[in-house]
Design a binder for this molecule. Structure first.
Ligand code: HSE
Length: 437
């Protein structure tokens, strides 16, 4: 029986999960592959701390060269995360004609073009299913199962930490800061939680996903990205009154020959499937022009769910090695030489529905002043609520709009902010609700 040799760089939570899965499902994997998967070396700076899985100490090393320079190792699994030295290690592995499996979305979102081009030139594969949506097979779904489709839209919850925080705030009425601490204690948050909260981790994942959905190189900083740190209990309660839940969504729409891509807290109707994705779960709602709606749901992070995606990639690459073929499926739906630079719709030009919470004086004429400015800027109001206790002489005045243009909204809100009857910064949350369009 043939043997495929593996080298693992990064023996953290996911790395330990991969080792555990290779051990526990060893016989199953062997029968599925008709070959042995042999984990030959594990490299990590820390080889002393006990892990939740037992390994032969002889395979542990602090020197990554023991993997990169070993001609017997066929597949390098990079699970250390971050930009450097992960980027250099992956490039070196490719240089040594080794296949790579990685969960590193930040790296792929930023240096993906370089990595995929070098890999294509070296005729080696890069598996990255674990980089987006943890265990959910979104990468394979987009580049293989839905390959026949034009992707009309993608709406997704791609960050478990942000979803956990919003769920707890909504269901238990707890404030943001308290729930963030809980998420950190549970180990959901990224090393730097601002990546989760500010939507940066979601932006990395959306950039990786857009390339697959549209065959387009997307510049990370071209994607509008707004996080959840300003979401208040008050807005969650008003959302509920309008029949909405607030979720941090990654959104992508085909708009003629352009693509619209954005990340922000979004109100969606209670009966939308994504409104029912709670806790630290992730989900993807894709609409293909032939497939119609496709919905994928699962654990977006965690030791064993993420290990499942990593080992799935190891199996796919091993199958190619065993058949002596390479790159049957391009990394990102198209060959790297055919990837395009599809322009994104300028954020100013997007059209959607808006929720505004003004903190305004409670007296005659205030509503007409505000609605007058909105009307002059082509923003039509769908509903208004004014209620709640006065705070510093102001009451919340809440409005939902029909479809409006982002730029018009900004101009109108700037003028409204100059009114002396408006006391605080206005809260703006975008809405995705087909019934309002
Ligand atoms: N911090 C990420 C999340 C996990 O909360 O979803 C892995 O991408």
């Amino acid at each position: 029986m043939k043997t495929i040799s593996l080298g693992l760089i990064g023996f953290g939570t996911i790395g330990a999960g991969v080792v555990k899965l290779l051990q526990e499902n060893g016989p199953l994997l062997e029968s599925r592959l008709g070959a042995k998967l042999h984990l030959k070396r594990i490299a990590d700076i820390d080889i002393a701390t006990a892990r939740p899985v037992a390994v032969d100490p002889a395979i542990l090393t602090q020197n990554v060269k023991d993997i990169l320079d070993d001609p017997e190792i066929d597949i390098v699994i990079e699970l250390m995360g971050g930009y450097e030295p992960a980027r250099s290690f992956i490039r070196e592995a490719i240089g040594h004609k080794k296949h790579v499996v990685t969960a590193n979305k930040a790296l792929l979102a930023t240096y993906g073009d370089e990595i995929f081009q070098e890999a294509q030139a070296a005729n080696v594969n890069i598996g990255f299913e674990a980089s987006v949506g943890g265990t959910i097979p979104i990468i394979k779904t987009l580049k293989e199962s839905l390959a026949a489709n034009q992707i009309q839209s993608l709406m997704a919850i791609m960050n478990g930490t942000a979803n956990f925080i919003l769920t707890k705030m909504t269901d238990e009425g707890k404030p943001f800061a308290m729930v963030l601490k809980e998420a950190q204690a549970l180990g959901y948050a990224e090393a730097d939680p601002t990546f989760d909260i500010e939507g940066i981790d979601t932006a990395h994942k959306l950039a990786v996903t857009l390339a697959l959905a549209y065959g387009s190189r997307v510049k990370l900083d071209a994607i509008y990205c707004e996080g959840i740190a300003d979401i208040s209990q008050e807005d969650i309660e008003f959302a509920r009154e309008f029949g909405y839940r607030i979720k941090l969504l990654a959104l992508a729409f085909q708009r003629g020959d352009r693509v619209e891509a954005r990340i922000h807290p979004t109100m969606i109707p209670f009966d939308h499937l994504l409104a029912n994705v709670n806790g630290n779960f992730n989900a993807f709602h894709i609409i293909g022009n032939s497939s119609g709606s496709v919905f994928l749901y699962g654990q977006g992070a965690g030791m064993m769910p993420t290990a499942s995606a990593v080992v799935g990639d190891i199996i796919a690459i091993s199958r190619e090695i065993l058949k002596d073929v390479a790159l049957l499926v391009p990394y990102r739906s198209l060959g790297e030489d055919r990837m395009a630079d599809i322009p994104l719709v300028a954020f100013d030009d997007i059209r959607t529905n808006y929720y505004f919470r003004f903190m305004a004086a409670d007296r005659a004429g205030v509503l007409s002043k505000i609605s007058g400015i909105l009307g002059e800027n082509d923003i039509s109001i769908a509903s208004v609520i004014q209620k709640g206790r006065k705070k510093d002489g102001a009451v919340p005045l809440v409005m939902i709009t029909h479809n409006a243009r982002e730029k018009d909204v900004r101009i109108a809100l700037k003028r409204i902010a100059e009114l002396d009857v408006v006391h605080e910064k206005t809260t703006v949350i975008r809405i995705e609700d087909e019934r309002l369009k």
